[in-house]
Design a protein around this ligand. Structure first.
Ligand code: SF4
Length: 419
């Protein structure tokens, strides 16, 4: 720790000039996909009403406590926000607009399942204020979609995108998965080509991770499905990189591509290690506090029923804090746990989140934001990683991942955490 310089400025309390990003976790899905370990549930539709009351109450309670900070971006995720009853997305966005100053032109995203995106649902989302759709397409191979437990087929995904377009959505992300059991390179090439033929503004691609406790992992362990092949997954990543690059997409984050100007503003806030507030059961947040130089991470209770009870309790008692402190956050009834981030962890996170952005990070600007001279703190690691050809210094003080490191980025990032 000897090379840590003191912060050049006092850490702000939350609600400063930078504003926050707001994430709303919607814990409902019509059916649970066998690979998914998110905090989402099927068969709890009887809790739709309680959830709406709770989440709109929690939105207002946080606004009171934090002194109504500006909101830069809103992301409704889950879960399946498009599965909420008609009108509920609008009620949630109305609660946000009624409680916070939302920046003009803010990106407001809803995660959607293709089956939900009828003309009526698209019109509802649009009039509610959603201006970006993120759709879980995952694959354009119907056999793989069935294996993944998805409720749509490839034609329905195309139809959903067309419905979005007809409703006027001009900013659509499509999520894809690769490295699946039984998936061939040819099938993946076909998916990539069919997705490119639809010209979405943004594409996210993630390699399948077999999450503990999921049916898919169990099926692989029992030998009912083949183990995903990491070398084949790497070939799939390279194929997609090449195809998307040739199609003019900007590869701006390890797993994300976009047309010029369509980067996800909400996700950029995560990668820039800015402040975000998560509401809803199991949502995570990252806020700066006056007593924690690296900020605080905290998370709400996971059970939707327990969350609804606690959010109602807090709504009735929330008042404005003099300043955001870890103790104040811990006293919030919905908060289930809190971790204060020390300076070392904050510095490491700033490095590895910033390096996920492939244009690189401005190390001077990131140092000023983190209050730590990052180049000095990581002089040894930066020297070794650039010598190994995994990091590249640009002439303007930017540091970026070398292309050779995209597939081993986690090995680079752990160097900063281990320091
Ligand atoms: S729809 Fe999405 S959130 Fe819901 S179970 Fe499937 S992968 Fe998980």
């Amino acid at each position: 720790m000897a090379d840590v310089v003191q912060p050049r400025r006092t850490p702000k309390s939350t609600g400063g000039v930078g504003g926050i990003s707001l994430y709303v976790h919607v814990p409902f899905c019509l059916s649970k996909c066998p690979y998914c370990d998110f905090n989402t549930y099927q068969g709890i539709e009887s809790q739709f009403g309680d959830f709406l009351t709770a989440v709109t109450g929690e939105i207002e309670a946080w606004a009171r406590a934090l002194g109504r900070p500006a909101v830069n971006t809103v992301f409704l995720g889950g879960g399946t926000p498009s599965y909420l009853p008609e009108g509920d997305v609008g009620r949630i966005l109305d609660a946000i607009a009624g409680s916070y100053p939302v920046r003009g032109g803010a990106e407001i995203t809803a995660e959607c399942n293709p089956n939900d995106l009828t003309a009526a649902k698209c019109a509802e989302l649009r009039s509610a204020g959603i201006n970006r759709i993120s759709m879980g397409v995952q694959s354009m191979d119907n056999g793989l979609l069935a294996m993944l437990g998805r409720r749509h087929d490839a034609d329905e995904a195309v139809g959903a995108l067309e419905a979005c377009r007809r409703a006027g959505f001009e900013n659509v992300n499509l999520d894809l998965m690769y490295g699946l059991p039984h998936q061939s390179l040819g099938q993946w090439r076909d998916t990539v080509e069919r997705i490119l033929s639809q010209s979405p503004e943004h594409i996210s691609m993630y390699s399948l991770t077999l999450e503990d406790g999921t049916p898919l992992k169990r099926w692989v362990e029992q030998g009912n499905l083949p183990e995903p092949d990491p070398d084949l997954a790497a070939d799939m990543y390279d194929l997609a990189r090449s195809a998307l690059g040739n199609a003019g997409y900007h590869h701006y984050e390890i797993s994300n591509w976009c047309r010029a100007g369509f980067e996800s503003e909400h996700n950029l806030a995560y990668w820039r290690n800015l402040e975000w507030l998560g509401v809803g059961p199991g949502a995570h947040s990252s806020l700066r506090t006056v007593d924690s130089p690296g900020g605080c991470r905290f998370w709400t209770v996971r059970s939707p029923r327990e969350y609804a009870r606690l959010a109602d309790e807090w709504f009735g008692t929330a008042t404005q804090w003099e300043s955001a402190t870890a103790a104040a956050i811990e006293s919030v009834p919905t908060v289930d746990g809190l971790e204060s981030i020390d300076e070392g962890t904050a510095a490491a996170e700033t490095m590895f989140l910033g390096l996920r952005l492939l244009d690189g990070m401005d190390v001077g600007e990131a140092s000023a934001r983190a209050g730590i001279d990052l180049a000095a703190r990581y002089a040894r690691e930066l020297g070794e990683l650039t010598q190994d050809g995994l990091l590249v210094w640009e002439g303007d003080g930017r540091l970026r991942l070398a292309e050779e490191a995209y597939l081993v980025a986690n090995q680079v990032f752990t160097r900063f955490l281990a320091s």
